[in-house]
Design a protein around this ligand. Structure first.
Ligand code: ATP
Length: 306
């Protein structure tokens, strides 16, 4: 039963399907985003994320399914509530950041009397006010990305779609953008739908994720709950990591989740840590560390897209 305090549905997608020729690129996709969520939309290259987002935004037609934005399936009305950056944003390089925003404000039907204030506000918000009069061709990639966000914020959206916004940014740029997106949600109350390959960023930023593979939703839910494991995980360091991984793979009572830099991560399916340690020693391994581990979003991603 719904409660008055339940968050409102910001985006509800049901049965979304898109074909290119005979190839079904998005298959019967269901997902839902509540107001206030920062929702991470994940999937390997070619999984269908951009295609699905384009369909949700009505930029390309869908072959089936419904998309409701704040309860409304009417594209024109729902567009009043959304801002989006899909793929690499394009600007007029010979114009300044401010001039580009003036153009966008006129396309976005922002009343003439409100444009100046709206542009100044978004430039301040993305920290570009000082460079607003410089030509966009002189901007760094990070500045262009911030200008794109400023443009998406012009019409004061309630739901923001960001398609791989950290693409090409350096590590500091990635962290700054993550922090900025967090403040859009917490300070401006904007619901964010973001596709990304930066799993550690998504884990730090998003409260919910959906993972798609070959156009199908493979997992969706609250990040913290999805990362909880009902069985213990251990990072094992021992002599001969290759042989250790092979040994563990053959055991019926554990599952090898990954092996990297000499450490083998196992899930204890049907054995406790002490017995497992004893079995390894008995098997001739010199065990130097057995450390309880927590599942990362990367682990989950690799499992569900295997
Ligand atoms: P990435 O993470 O690499 O950006 P993605 O998950 O966003 O990938 P899409 O760009 O949606 O994936 O592509 C999904 C599939 O649809 C791919 O196989 C791609 O080749 C195909 N595709 C995308 N656009 C078109 C198009 N215009 N015509 C034909 N096929 C297309």
């Amino acid at each position: 039963m719904s409660d008055d305090n339940d968050p409102v549905d910001a985006l509800v997608v049901r049965g979304l399907t898109r074909r290119y020729g005979k190839r079904v690129v998005v298959k019967n996709l269901d997902l839902s985003v509540k107001q206030g969520d920062i929702y991470g939309f994940l999937g390997p290259n070619g999984a269908g994320k951009t295609t699905a987002m384009r369909c949700m935004l009505g930029l390309i037609a869908r072959n089936g399914g419904t998309v409701k934005i704040f309860g409304d399936s009417n594209l024109v009305r729902s567009h009043a509530h959304i801002g989006a950056i899909i793929e690499n944003p394009v600007f007029h390089g010979w114009l300044s950041g401010k001039e580009n925003l003036r153009l966008s404000a006129s396309y976005a039907n922002i009343p003439r009397s409100e444009r100046k204030k709206a542009i100044e506000e978004v430039l301040e918000r993305v920290n570009l006010a000082e460079r607003a009069r410089d030509k966009v061709r002189s901007y760094s990639l990070g500045m262009k990305q911030r200008l794109a966000i400023a443009r998406a914020l012009l019409a004061k959206p309630k739901l923001l779609f960001l398609d791989e916004p950290t693409n090409g940014l350096d590590p500091r740029g990635v962290v700054e953008l993550r922090e900025f997106i967090g403040t859009l949600a917490t300070e401006d109350g904007i619901t964010v739908f973001i596709s990304s390959h930066q799993l550690s960023e998504v884990e730090a930023l998003c409260n919910r994720v959906g993972i798609i593979h070959h156009g199908e939703l493979r997992a969706e839910g609250n990040v913290a709950e999805m990362l909880m494991s009902d069985k213990p995980l251990l990072d094992v360091t021992a002599s001969d990591p290759g042989a250790l991984a092979a040994h563990c793979t053959e055991r019926p009572d554990v599952t090898v989740l990954k092996a990297a830099r000499g450490v083998v991560r196992v899930r204890l399916d049907d054995i406790d840590a002490a017995m497992f340690n004893a079995a390894l020693v008995q098997g001739g391994f010199e065990v130097s560390a057995l450390v309880p581990a927590t599942r990362s979003l990367e682990d989950l991603f690799l499992e569900v897209t295997a």
